[in-house]
Ligand binder design. Structure first.
Ligand SMILES: NC(=O)c1ccc[n+]([C@@H]2O[C@H](COP(=O)([O-])OP(=O)(O)OC[C@H]3O[C@@H](n4cnc5c(N)ncnc54)[C@H](O)[C@@H]3O)[C@@H](O)[C@H]2O)c1
Length: 352
């Protein structure tokens, strides 16, 4: 069977993981990679046997032997590479958040329609068993109509001050709540209409990283449900996991709690007490398994079979619209409306 020929833009934490997974997948071949740093290109090429490396992704996109390209650049820098990928006639798998403006998201969706190429946004949490079950339980009416909910994704300060080098160019909400906003919209099957947010800049600002320590936002959906999204990245590094993740949905006839702070395992050693992260991307019998590899595999199926991906550009666009309203609200101190997508893109779920 012919392999889908993949290119990757951005070879940091996520991009190198894409290279590892796709280079081992029987339906894929990583033909070329690109990053701003030569050492990252050399490392990925030698680890995963990738034949071609580029410092300029535009040169990589001139290749005729690429079917699809991953965009794994920092949050603010998805738009230009994703536009170039689509304009060069290739399918695009774009890391979350899809874009950091809805106008950019709309433009990417219009280009994908014009050139007939697929966009999938890598909201990989949709591939986690418990989240998938939550979707099914709510859809079946098991907990009645969702009334309200809460979603927290809080990282240790290691993430904002060491793990990523560009925290000052994004916010905890773009980086963390993006996942939860996508999940809640999917669970509720309802479009967001209004947002009000509060944030604090103390700890990271004092360290010279100009971004929020914590953001809390309430988002109202067309169904009437309201959800609180919390994202922080200033927990002390003594916290036993890099991320404290919790979701709750309260319905008219039941509730669901999803506590992913501990992913089944706790371990204490002479050095530390920790909750190892095992559900998203972990090596099992020599292969990467979990929600992230599953998300990557389904992208292959979508482009090979010409089917709609599980998370479309329009889904990613709606998450961006919520985040844009949250950040407008942080500036204005007022409640901000979330306008519907333009008619040619269309809302997936009811808006009233
Ligand atoms: N889905 C998840 O669970 C998850 C987890 C972490 C990060 N992410 C997302 O993945 C994306 C990448 O994050 P990361 O942690 O791998 O970042 P990183 O800093 O480790 O890597 C970024 C890469 O992009 C390249 N790059 C930077 N600016 C560029 C530009 N303007 N043009 C081309 N290349 C550029 C860098 O050279 C580097 O190779 C982010 O959007 C982030 O939010 C997703």
């Amino acid at each position: 069977m012919e392999r889908t020929r993949i290119g990757i833009i951005g070879l940091g934490i996520m991009g190198s993981s894409y290279a590892k997974i796709y280079s081992a997948h029987p339906l894929a071949e990583v033909v070329a990679v690109s990053a701003l740093r030569q050492d990252q290109i050399d490392k990925v090429r030698s680890l995963y046997g990738v034949a071609n490396g580029y410092l300029d992704y535009r040169q990589m996109l001139e290749r005729k032997d690429l079917d699809a390209v991953v965009v794994a650049t920092p949050d603010k820098y998805h738009f230009e590479p994703a536009r170039a990928v689509l304009e060069s006639g290739k399918h695009a798998l774009v890391e979350k958040p899809f874009t950091t403006s809805t106008a950019e998201a709309d433009e990417l969706i219009r280009i994908s329609k014009r050139v007939g190429k697929t966009i999938q946004v890598a909201f990989n949490h949709r591939w986690l068993g418990p989240y998938h079950q939550t979707k099914k339980s709510i859809e079946s009416g098991e907990i009645g109509a969702p009334l309200a909910g809460y979603a927290r994704k809080n990282d240790t300060i290691f993430v904002s001050s060491e793990y990523i080098t560009w925290a000052g160019e994004t916010t905890s909400a773009w980086f963390l709540s993006a996942h939860d906003i996508d999940l809640m919209r999917w669970f509720l099957a309802s479009e967001p209409v209004e947002a009000r947010a509060w944030g604090r800049k103390e700890v990271l600002a004092a360290k010279g990283i100009p971004t929020y320590d914590i953001i809390q936002a309430q988002v109202k959906f067309a169904s009437g449900a309201f959800i609180t999204f919390e994202s922080a990245w200033v927990y002390p590094n003594t916290f036993p996991s890099m991320v404290d993740s919790f979701m709750e949905i309260i319905g008219t006839a039941g509730h669901i709690h999803l506590d992913r702070k501990c992913e089944s395992m706790e371990i204490s050693t002479a050095k530390a007490f920790s909750y190892p992260k095992l559900f998203l991307n972990t090596e099992i019998f020599g292969r990467m398994r979990g929600a992230f590899p599953a998300c990557l595999e389904d992208f292959l199926y979508a482009v090979r079979e010409g089917t709609e991906p599980q998370v479309t550009g329009a889904d990613g666009r709606q998450v961006t619209a919520v985040l844009e309203a949250i950040h407008r609200s942080l500036e204005t101190g007022a409640s901000e409306m979330i306008p519907p997508p333009p008619p040619e893109i269309g809302a997936r779920y009811a808006r009233g």
